[in-house]
Design a protein around this ligand. Structure first.
Ligand SMILES: NC(=O)c1ccc[n+]([C@@H]2O[C@H](COP(=O)([O-])OP(=O)(O)OC[C@H]3O[C@@H](n4cnc5c(N)ncnc54)[C@H](O)[C@@H]3O)[C@@H](O)[C@H]2O)c1
Length: 255
């Protein structure tokens, strides 16, 4: 049994859930988890071919191609959701990019690209979702950050701009939670630890083993671990969890 299979079968019945990065393993698993509990699911991703494959697995899901870093693309995606469903109840924002970065050699364009997708993209998607949820007076938002947002980069994976963007995501969670308190929308963050997904395509098996060995739980995370936590944060079980960021990292942030 997967962690997310412990919710009531109708936990999200009649609701619409948007999963960005929906073509990724983590996004797909999150979408599957929402759908298995009754939600209508929108899969949104910049990778059209991967999105087609994900949508083929979930025939009831609405696939939407979007680039989270482009305001017009984000606006158009939300208009499609409005037209298809006329409501949005849950956002799970998983889309992101990572790139190994040599700090001394990196240029501004490289930093801007990563921050555009990971930070500005988070702002754009959150803003569109929030407008609709505030109008409805209800909704949940889960922004996927990273343990790197707390720790900083520069470790086994040299990823300073990725970590800086994810630290910004943690901050967006708090800013939105404070600014829109009492308006019916719950926003929280999720901080995954190292997980075995295509995000780490360029990483050798040996480095993955070293990463796993360095974690208290002695394994990397699985998309199912993240989907379970996203479902929890989106569910009534988390009704008093607000402006928080949940570590789902096998103990990486143990302190
Ligand atoms: N895998 C890990 O070890 C790990 C650790 C901590 C945090 N995270 C976070 O978890 C989330 C999911 O990561 P994953 O491991 O599934 O990664 P992934 O690379 O498999 O998935 C990311 C998805 O985002 C999409 N994407 C990239 N740029 C986009 C854009 N501009 N617009 C729309 N979609 C875009 C990609 O096409 C991909 O489908 C990310 O936010 C990531 O930063 C992952």
């Amino acid at each position: 049994m997967k962690p997310w299979q412990s919710f009531r079968p109708d936990e999200f019945a009649g609701r619409v859930a948007l999963v960005t990065g929906g073509a990724s393993r983590m996004g797909r698993e999150t979408a599957r988890a929402f759908a298995a509990h009754g939600a209508d699911v929108v899969l949104a991703d910049v990778d059209a071919a991967a999105l087609d494959r994900a949508a083929a697995e979930m025939p009831k899901a609405l696939p939407v191609v979007l680039d989270v870093s482009e305001p017009d693309s984000v606006a158009a995606a939300f208009e499609r959701i409005d037209a298809a469903y006329g409501r949005l109840d849950h956002l799970a924002h998983c889309a992101a990019v990572i790139a190994a970065t040599r700090f001394l050699e990196a240029d501004a364009a490289h930093w801007r690209r990563l921050l555009d997708v990971n930070l500005v993209g988070t702002f754009l998607v959150t803003q569109q979702a929030l407008r609709r949820m505030l109008d409805a007076g209800t909704g949940t938002i889960v922004l996927v950050a990273s343990d790197a947002g707390f720790r900083g980069g520069g470790g086994l994976i040299a990823d300073a701009p990725y970590a800086a963007g994810k630290a910004g995501v943690l901050s967006i969670v708090k800013s939105v939670a404070r600014e829109f308190a009492g308006r019916g929308v719950r926003i929280n963050g999720l901080a995954p630890g190292p997980s075995d997904t295509p995000l780490h395509t360029g990483i050798s098996a040996e480095l993955k083993e070293r990463i796993a060995a360095g974690l208290p739980m002695r394994r990397m995370g699985d998309p199912g671990d993240m989907a379970g936590a996203i479902l929890f944060l989106s569910s009534a079980a988390a009704s008093f969890v607000y402006g928080a960021t949940l570590d789902v990292d096998g103990g990486a942030m143990l302190r």
